[in-house]
Design a protein around this ligand. Structure first.
Ligand code: SF4
Ligand code: SF4
Length: 120
């Protein structure tokens, strides 16, 4: 999912005009923003932005990890004893392992589908 680095966006509107599904708008401050649920991941905004302000998703991995850690820490207050807290952490680890498994299996399926596309 592409995203806009607001510090780099100069509000030229090129990406807004070029997005094939109208998923990008300029906010009140004139910085571009991408509507995640409308984006079809075509990659055009990456190509047309003259400032390289449209960034790749992978750059946000550290922030997303930190958000997961902070979310987990914020939930910790609901568990009082060390035993409860340990059980909670174990549940969160299981949750993220499940997410990891879902991602891995999804990647396997999409990779197989990609191979099928090439043989058609
Ligand atoms: S093309 Fe780049 S600089 Fe121009 S509005 Fe879009 S994100 Fe901002
Ligand atoms: S990737 Fe394509 S659909 Fe998504 S915001 Fe960029 S131009 Fe629009």
């Amino acid at each position: 999912m592409p995203w806009v680095n607001e510090d780099m966006c100069v509000s030229c509107g090129v990406c807004v005009d070029d997005c094939p599904v109208g998923a990008i708008t300029l906010k009140e401050d004139q910085k571009a923003v991408i509507k995640e649920d409308e984006c079809i991941r075509c990659g055009r905004c990456h190509e047309v932005c003259p400032e390289e302000a449209v960034r790749h998703d992978s750059e946000r991995i550290p922030q997303e990890v930190e958000a997961n850690v902070e979310k987990t820490k914020s939930l910790l207050k609901h568990f009082k004893t060390p035993q409860e807290q340990q059980a909670f952490f174990e549940r969160m680890v299981r949750y993220f392992k499940k997410q990891q498994k879902v991602a891995g299996l999804t990647i396997d399926k999409l990779t197989a589908m990609t191979a099928d596309l090439g043989s058609n």
